[in-house]
Design a binder for this molecule. Structure first.
Ligand SMILES: Cc1ncc(COP(=O)(O)O)c(C=O)c1O
Length: 376
């Protein structure tokens, strides 16, 4: 099927990369130096990011999936272990666990799309080694009770911050509260590169040293290999791009937050049709970054078609929860195991909400939604 010409698209990549001048200059400098792997710009970016987030160590890696996987490997997690996470994440969260040989164990989520601490508690066994809370959409998971459970059971907490760069919980940035944080720089993430990239944050010096080996063949020096490991480095060119973007991120987040607040306000009168999640379920004050603006809507699929006819691109993230994917069959889950997550999967939709939009665009989208529920 030919895709419609979107007037209000969800994806904004063309706009994001339409003025490549500053980046190209940096890339040219990398090419002239020839330090393509773990070059100067990687160290510059890591130091910049550590300063902004207030964390001791930042380790640039190849992508967000590897960030999760390498943390789990460096923590010694593998065959015979269990790691608890949410079933409504992007598949990479569970895949990273499975790739270590450990078993992904799911716990249901709350109205705000993040893992429910009460459900975590119920699935802890003697084999549990870690919890991966996913700060989905940019909404912080409730870190206080999660950290308390982890402390009681001696578990690591690996924060999946792929969708939540610069989001905060209490006085801290996400990714700096647990044992380590895993970020993705996929082009659709708030902080992004021109392809794949990611980073790990941690305040644990021993873990940081191990992770630097894990991302670079286990090489302690040029010719000394401590253990067999992976090659998953943040490319120098990507690090150069990320470090140009980094100072712009607070402004980007501010814009997204203001559009989301406007959406929330304008959608309020449609409460019988469109459910805006309760963003205040956390036991600490939070700052949401809205990597995705997700609501739950009655007659969701018909609404998406109606919006598309008006040139508005709404998408579903993600229509099939991980426990119901073919890849997860061996884990033995079935429909009905995670009712909140499954109900959300049937009704969620992501509306366009990004730094290239205006308040007028949001108003236009909400008026089309209103028309759908009053006329169709
Ligand atoms: C929640 C979440 N976790 C992990 C990942 C994996 O990141 P990457 O695509 O960089 O491997 C993503 C990326 O889409 C994500 O959204």
């Amino acid at each position: 099927m030919k895709s419609p010409a979107w007037t209000l698209p969800y994806a904004y990549l063309k706009k994001q990369f339409e003025r490549p001048g500053t980046y190209l200059k940096k890339i040219e400098a990398v090419a002239r130096r020839g330090d393509f792997t773990l070059g100067k710009e990687v160290a510059v970016f890591e130091a910049q990011a550590a300063k902004i987030l207030g964390v001791k160590h930042v380790i640039g890696v190849g992508n967000g999936t590897d960030a999760l996987y390498l943390i789990l490997k460096a923590l010694g997690i593998g065959v015979g272990d269990e790691v608890i996470t949410a079933p409504n994440s992007f598949v990479a969260t569970a895949a990273a666990i499975a790739l270590t040989g450990a078993r992904p164990v799911f716990a249901d989520v709350r109205d705000d799309y993040t893992i429910d601490p009460a459900c975590i508690q119920k699935v802890i066994t003697k084999k549990t080694k870690a919890i991966i809370p996913v700060h989905l959409t940019g909404q912080p998971a409730d870190m206080k009770p999660i950290m308390a459970i982890a402390k009681r059971h001696h578990l690591a907490v690996v924060e999946d911050v792929a969708q939540a760069f610069l989001a905060r919980y209490g006085s801290k940035y996400l990714g700096t509260i647990g044992t380590a944080g895993a970020y993705s720089f996929h082009p659709m993430k708030i902080l992004h590169v021109w392809g794949d990239g990611g980073m790990i944050t941690t305040n644990d010096a021993t873990l940081a040293t191990k992770l630097k080996l894990w991302r670079n063949h286990g090489l302690k020096t040029r010719n000394e290999v401590e253990f067999f490991a992976h090659n998953s480095r943040l490319d120098t060119i990507h690090a150069a791009i990320a470090s140009v973007l980094l100072p712009q991120m607070p402004g980007v987040v501010k814009k997204r937050r203001s559009l989301a607040v406007l959406y929330d306000r304008l959608l309020k009168p449609l409460a019988g049709h469109v459910h805006v999640p309760d963003r205040n379920l956390c036991t600490a004050p939070i700052v949401h970054t809205y990597t995705n603006y997700v609501v739950m809507a009655k007659r969701r699929d018909a609404l998406i078609t109606y919006l598309a006819k008006q040139g508005i691109e709404a998408v579903i993230q993600y229509p099939t929860p991980i426990h119901l994917q073919k890849a997860a069959r061996y884990l033995g889950y079935k429909k009905g195991d995670f009712p909140v997550c499954e109900r959300q999967a049937d009704t969620i939709l992501t509306l366009p909400c990004h730094q290239y939009m205006t308040g007028r665009d949001v108003g236009q989208i909400v008026s089309v939604i209103q028309k759908f529920y009053t006329k169709v």
